[in-house]
Design a protein around this ligand. Sequence first.
Ligand code: LLP
Length: 421
Amino acid sequence: MDHFLYKDGILHAEDVAIPEIAASVGTPFYVYSTATLTRHFDVFTEALSGMDHLICYAMKSNSNQAVIAHMAALGAGMDVVSGGEYLRAKAAGVPGDKIVFSGVGKTAEEMRMALDGGIRQFNVESEPEMERLSQVARSLGKVAPITIRVNPDVDAKTHEKISTGRKEDKFGIPIGRAREVYARAAALPGVKVVGIDVHIGSQLTNLEPFELAYGKVADLTRQLREDGHEITRLDLGGGLGIPYERSNSAPPLPLDYGDVIRRTVGDLGCEIEIEPGRLISGNAGLLVASTIYVKHGEGRDFLILDAAMNDLIRPAMYGAWHDIIPVREAEAGAEQQPYDIVGPVCESGDTFARQRNLPEIREDDLIAFRSAGAYGAVMSSEYNSRPLIPEVMVKGDQFAVIRARPSFDDMINRDTLPQWA
Ligand code: LLP
């Protein structure tokens, strides 16, 4: 559920009419609902109730300062994957002991940054990384708390590009080698094992892969304890999917996901961490665009929007579906017609949807893409020299610009000419 509903025929974000925001900031823009973010956090809290846990919001899905600060105020920890994300979390006031550092290629500098600023744990993904972390921590006279990310060789049955837990994926160490690697970790100064980490992919629409992977983690926990390791924490990653196509999908509920966790690892006495991104921020955001032209093509009509693939790359990159709706609600029983919905960027990949049924759309009509709060703004670029678009946050009847649209000069003046030019 989200807080983007029609009221008197006009799409609202909570209590703010979308056209009001459009008039104030111009299109295209992203708009986020704080009530939806809160609701999604609460749903996970309820799902994990009775278990000692920390929800570490995967900042990569949406790392605007206002979003992170809101999540932190709810009590969330953060899952970061770069020095930049780590600094963003700190800038939003997240304490180091609530930040977990994931990612396959942490640099020595990023390790130093996190050790100096405070960190809950590093999720180590390889032996060379563990050796590097050991060196860096020792050079600072510190001990780095670590989990080791295991690759359970489970197919998450999601899109190829966001599947991370099969043996051919670059992530984690093969679970079959885990005992050996934990033995090495125990012997290594500068790092201290606190648990196990796993993350098998994103946009999972079935609980079975989670069940398989977490079952393997439970077995490994027992084995490692027998080997003498203290396993007190399990980081179970993120990945729970959302309904991108509302009329035709019903991914599992967080409550059922919580039951999987309870069933598989609930009796181990471990503190549970999860790293949801998409389920928290995805349906908390819309991308709002305006129709520049309606173009009658050969056998099809194109809606040419002022948003493009540089603003929302998911359809071009993953063939992803986003529900697309008019901001002005169609009259009951209004006829629908198929449109190809595209942006102005100069490649055919700049297509959001083909033959999508919508009520008649005219020039200047506002259009909203649902489920655009995750992996939307964060993956945008200035391709075709289109400045990044603004982000707006709504709370009740208030809205605020949380990232302003840069001017063309801002964009151009980031470049500098070499002195010989
Ligand atoms: N933890 C780790 C270690 C991850 O790599 C990810 C996502 C998450 C947590 C959060 O997963 P989520 O709950 O959001 O599914 N750009 C792609 C998604 C990439 C996901 C990368 N890792 C998309 O637009 O679909």
